[in-house]
Design a protein around this ligand. Sequence first.
Ligand code: KG4
Ligand code: ZN
Length: 336
Amino acid sequence: MLTLGIETSCDETSAAVVEDGRRVLSNVVASQIELHRKTGGVVPEVAAREHVVKMIPVLDQALNEARCGLDVIDGIAVAHRPGLIASLLVGTNTANVLAAVSGKPLIPVNHIEGHIYSNWLDRAEVFEFPIVVLTVSGGHSELVLMRDHGDFVALGSTRDDAAGEAFDKVARLLDLSYPGGPEISKLAKEGDASRYVLPRAWLEGSYDFSFSGLKSAVARLVEAEGPHLQKAHLAAAFQDAVIDVLSRKLVDAAMEYGAREVHLAGGVSANHSLRETVEQRLKAALPGTPLRFPQKLSYCTDNAAMIASAGTFRFQKNPSLYTQNQLVEASTVFGF
Ligand code: KG4
Ligand code: ZN
């Protein structure tokens, strides 16, 4: 099955063609990072306007690189929620028009579900269920139990800032550029995490996360230390605090739900310390359980190949749901 994927939920305009949910024939991403660097974060209206300008050229390029026309595409998958509403409208509107003119099935995909399927891209092996997945990015920190294709149980979510959002906000406090995750992890390599003591919100008895207290603790330290602030040590201590909570909750959930595999997804899953810590803790708690993260960095951050993959598995599980040319609505609602 050849699936065209469309992703515009935040600040990346992306289109991709994926074969059978795994083989990426093209994955074009127009990033708005440079645009949002000026404001230190995404301004929703600016992001939406940029999607309007980039959508058609990105779509054209994705079909050209995959060497196929819309006529040979078997389905159109589009991220329809959650996200910034004005951004989502560009992608869903484009997909609706393409489906209307081509008569191809339209498959709405949850953006978090898309991130989860980023682990299927460029991989041939069959995964074993249940899988416990941590999706951590600029907009979300979601701990999910995947019992089968299309069968998701949300175990925990952030109660305030998403993990990547915390990285971005702390980076701003440390005068680092946007996006903050890669900057902080680079600086943290030169720092000693034990030099500053930062809090961890464990929220006992829950798989939810909270990072706003940690962000406030960093802000207070920056203020108190003034010119004596040791940025690299603070970056290391902050990164350690985030990873400590994420990795412990992920491994605890894997134990509780008898996970056969543990997956990481989303922009923050690019973080090497996170990968290493989860690997170590998983090895100690559930030896032999594989840890997977996306094969490429470009599959960690927002991209349309993951949307096409999720759409393919959805379609294949229940094709009759998508044969009619039903229009897709955009929505900001979280959950599956
Ligand atoms: O998945 P993504 O592209 O966007 C959303 O769906 O939100 O993730 C972007 C986020 C940003 O917050 C960025 O700071 C973070 O992922 N990020 C990282 C790293 N690389 C990107 N965070 C920590 N360490 C990294 N190496
Ligand atoms: Zn995302």
